[in-house]
Ligand binder design. Structure first.
Ligand SMILES: [Zn+2]
Ligand SMILES: [Zn+2]
Length: 241
């Protein structure tokens, strides 16, 4: 699968950094993890068709992970009439607000045949011929999740946001397994608080996003300390897994 970091900022945009949004491509199909960036603009800028979009998976409803959904759903509804996607949101209330936004904007009721807004839940929420997607609860807020994506024998964990100072049930235990990537935020806790988890992490690569600028020196400090590769992607950076 190809991973493109569309937005890597930490809840507030920084220069040249949108908020959390990651695009996955597998056999020509497009998926997004989180929606904190203008996804339609990104697809257009990069010559991708919205008709190849299959699904969007959001980790929790904070706006830095969901604000792009309103724009996406609106445009899919009234303009890109051949597009269709499953969109996973962690709260029914947030789905209702998205539907209501489109309606009050004068764009009518959402075409539910094409735009399938679904409440995410713990466990396997999605599977097609390319990928499987599993939601794993975290302690960041009520109904927040990490997302494990499997493509064949490749697995990547997208951590979403964890809690302040890291609580026990934040970092999913799958990081102890032989996974291909762990995308980890670094805004709600320090590198010291994360280090017990890194000590037992068996991922091949750890990608740090959603990091406060002051934490970038901490990330540099751990490079070479662990068996895994430590990566700090910028917006638009692509990785093949
Ligand atoms: Zn966030
Ligand atoms: Zn959050």
């Amino acid at each position: 699968m190809k991973i493109t970091f569309v937005g890597t900022s930490h809840g507030v945009p920084e220069k040249n950094r949108y908020c959390t949004c990651i695009m996955l491509e597998s056999n020509g199909a497009i998926y997004f993890i989180d929606a904190g960036a203008p996804m339609v603009d990104f697809l257009v800028d990069n010559g991708k068709s919205i008709n190849d979009l299959r699904a969007v998976f959001t980790t929790h409803v904070h706006s830095d992970h969901t604000i792009g959904l309103v724009h996406l759903v609106n445009l899919m509804n009234w303009y890109y009439k051949r597009s269709s996607a499953e969109i996973f949101i962690t709260e029914q209330e947030h789905i209702d607000a998205t539907v209501r936004w489109t309606y009050t904007a004068g764009d009518g009721l959402i075409d539910e045949e094409r735009i399938k807004l679904k409440v995410a839940y713990e466990g396997r929420v999605y599977q097609d011929e390319n990928i499987k997607v599993e939601y794993i609860p975290t302690a960041h807020m009520k109904n927040s999740y990490a997302i494990l994506v499997t493509e064949g024998d490749k697995r990547v964990l997208f951590g979403g946001d964890f809690s302040h100072g890291l609580r026990k049930h934040d970092v999913p235990s799958v990081i102890n397994e032989n996974i291909d990537g762990f995308v980890c935020e670094l805004a709600h806790f320090t590198m010291d608080e994360l280090s017990p988890y890194l000590d037992i992490c068996n991922a091949k690569r750890v990608f740090f996003i959603h990091a406060k600028p002051a934490r970038y020196t901490d990330i540099e400090d751990i490079k070479g300390r662990y068996p895994f590769e430590v990566i700090t992607p910028d917006d638009s950076d692509e990785y093949l897994i």
